[in-house]
Structure formats: structure tokens, C-alpha cells
Design a protein around this ligand. Structure first.
Ligand code: G3I
Length: 304
């Protein structure tokens, strides 16, 4: 296999990328997207502020563009994200209590219903745990509606789109630490109580301050052992040259070594597409040429 997507498919996995709707008219961008990737995640277009800018008025144009194009090209779609403390529309930011809870439930129902049958996996809840050593939930307006907001979001998503796999997604949970253990304990609890959860996403934004952890694979494995699929959902690795290529290779191999790690998504195509203001964290350079990191990822997937 000579592309990331086809090499991943030969391993029973997908290899995806975040996609920004406004870049699809760029032929270099869309050419790489069509050739290399068999899964897409809308980078911003499915978030609450994008899909419900005014309460009760839903706006799907940009997300639909990505979804319809992906379906035409036979690419899976990872929905991102139904309930999150960030990128909420201003009207939601000012709500609290039952009013906010009801608005969240309605949002999850409406968006998951609009895309019913089209989404492989939904990031139902994103980034709900605090950084650091407490293992606590992150404080947010959603969290202040009550600890059960996460399970309510999952049950609501299941009711709206029973075929979609429902994931919890977070960052700084890539290795074994207090935050990932808190997520782990939530999955244990959800499984014990029959709360629907199918997968856990590990964002995997790595840089020198937060490098690829040495226990990455064993952390993925401990979650898989709970009976959920795991995915690398927003991979990017700061750096360049051989060091960066080796890190990409290690990350890909960690996923392949875990039977239930069924997909990898990088958070953008070219370095110039990255959310990071500077740096070169992705697989293609600003001109769209594959980097050493690309060759390493492809080789790790068994392609050439
Ligand atoms: O849409 C407006 C546009 O109208 C305006 O002119 C422009 C001016 O700055 O801003 C545009 O919105 C920006 C948006 O990206 C679209 O480009 C926002 O300011 C900017 O904050 C937003 O950043 C996104 C970020 O999430 C917001 O939290 C990044 O693109 C996106 O890559 C990033 O993705 C997150 C994941 O969702 C969750 N995990 C972490 C990851 C990286 O931060």
C-alpha cells in the first residue's frame, strides 16, 4: 500500500485527518486529502458554536460540506464534538443549571439526529477532566449542572443515533497519569452501570513539554482491556527530521500493537494547516510535500 489510508486499511484500521471546510477549495489540500486519508474529523464545523449559533437555530452548512464530500469519497467520519466546555455559543456560555442541561440535551439530540447513520464515531464529550494530579472533573458550566452530565450526554447520543460509536475524548491522557486514570475509572463505572460508551479517544498533541509518553501503548491497552475501542484522535508531534519521524513511527506502532486501537487521526494535513501558531508538527510541509515523518508513519503502517 502506498498511502496512509490504504496501508491502515490493510491493518484493519483507518488513518484520518482533521479537515477545515474553508480549505477544501485549495486543490493541493483536497488532493492530499483524497489520496491519503480514509477518515475525516471536522476541525471546528460540528462544534456547538458552529452548529447552534442561536439557540434552537441549527446551522449545518459547513459541516455538511465536509460530511457529504467524505461520503462521496468513501471516507469515515468522526464527529467532533457534541458536548464541550469550549467553543460554546455565547448564549450557552451564559446559561446554567437546568436551563443549560436542557439546552445541552437538545443540542446533542438535534446534531446527532441530523447526522444519524453518517457518523462512524462521535466525540460525545470532550475534555471533561482537569489537568494535574487531582483526577477531578474540569470545572465548567456543564460540570456545574451536575456530575451526571457526561452520562446524560452519552445516553442522549445513543438514543439519537444508535449505530454511531460513542467516544470520550481528551488530551494529556495519553500516558498513565492521574487524569487518564480518572477517565479510566469513569469508563469502568459506565461499563458497570450500562452507560453507553464504545470508545476512548487520545488526542496525542505532543511537543517538548509534553512528549510521547513511554507508556503510551500500555495506556491504550489498559483502556482496551475494559472493552472499549481506542483511537488516536488528534495526533501532532512538534519537531522535525529524524526525531519527529521516529516519534510518529512509535505512535503508529503503539496503535497497531493494540488490537482495539482501530484508527489514527492527525490534526491537520500540512504544517501550515496546524492549529499551532508556529512549528512543523504534521506529515506534509507547507507546500504539500510529504516529510520524513510521513514516510515513517507509512512504513510503520506496513506501506511503502
Ligand atoms: O471562525 C472564525 C473566523 O470567523 C474569524 O475570522 C477567525 C479570526 O481569528 O477566527 C475563526 O475562528 C477560529 C477557529 O479556530 C476557526 O479557524 C477560532 O478563533 C479559533 O479559536 C479556532 O481554533 C480551533 C480550536 O480548536 C478552538 O478551541 C482550532 O482551529 C482547532 O484545531 C482546535 O482543535 C482542538 C480540538 O477541537 C479539541 N482538542 C484540542 C484541539 C487543538 O486546540
Amino acid at each position: 500500500a502506498s498511502t496512509l489510508g490504504s496501508a491502515a486499511a490493510a491493518q484493519g484500521r483507518y488513518f484520518g485527518t482533521a479537515v477545515a471546510a474553508y480549505k477544501l477549495s485549495d486543490s493541493v489540500y483536497s488532493g492530499i486529502l483524497n489520496r491519503e486519508f480514509n477518515s475525516v474529523t471536522p476541525e471546528n464545523e460540528m462544534k456547538w458554536d458552529a452548529t447552534e449559533p442561536t439557540q434552537g437555530t441549527f446551522s449545518y452548512t459547513s459541516a455538511d460540506t465536509i460530511v457529504n464530500r467524505a461520503i462521496t469519497n468513501g471516507q469515515k467520519i468522526r464527529g467532533h464534538a457534541l458536548a464541550w466546555h469550549s467553543q460554546q455559543p455565547s448564549w450557552a456560555q451564559s446559561l446554567s443549571g437546568t436551563t443549560l442541561r436542557n439546552a445541552m440535551v437538545n443540542h446533542v439530540t438535534q446534531v446527532a439526529t441530523h447526522y444519524k447513520g453518517k457518523i462512524d464515531s462521535w466525540d460525545v464529550v470532550n475534555e471533561a477532566f482537569a489537568d494535574g494530579s487531582t483526577g477531578a472533573r474540569r470545572d465548567s458550566n456543564l460540570q456545574r449542572t451536575g456530575d451526571d452530565w457526561i452520562e446524560v450526554a452519552f445516553r442522549t447520543a445513543r438514543a439519537a443515533d444508535p449505530a454511531a460509536k460513542l467516544c470520550y475524548n481528551d488530551y494529556n491522557t495519553d500516558g498513565v497519569n492521574a487524569k487518564s486514570t480518572a477517565v479510566y475509572n469513569m469508563v469502568v463505572d459506565f461499563k458497570a452501570r450500562g452507560v453507553p460508551i464504545d470508545c476512548v479517544g487520545f488526542q496525542s498533541h505532543f511537543n517538548s513539554a509534553s512528549p510521547l509518553p513511554s507508556d503510551y501503548q500500555s495506556n491504550l491497552q489498559r483502556f482496551a482491556n475494559l472493552g472499549v475501542d481506542v483511537q488516536i484522535t488528534e495526533l501532532d508531534i512538534e519537531g522535525s527530521g529524524t526525531a519527529q519521524a521516529n516519534s510518529y513511527s512509535t505512535a503508529v506502532k503503539a496503535c497497531l500493537a493494540v488490537t482495539r486501537c482501530n484508527g489514527i487521526t492527525v490534526w491537520g494535513i500540512r504544517d501550515s494547516d496546524s492549529w499551532r501558531a508556529s512549528g512543523t508538527p504534521l506529515l506534509f510541509d507547507a507546500n504539500g510535500n510529504p516529510k520524513q515523518a510521513y514516510t515513517a508513519a507509512l512504513t510503520a503502517l506496513g506501506g511503502s
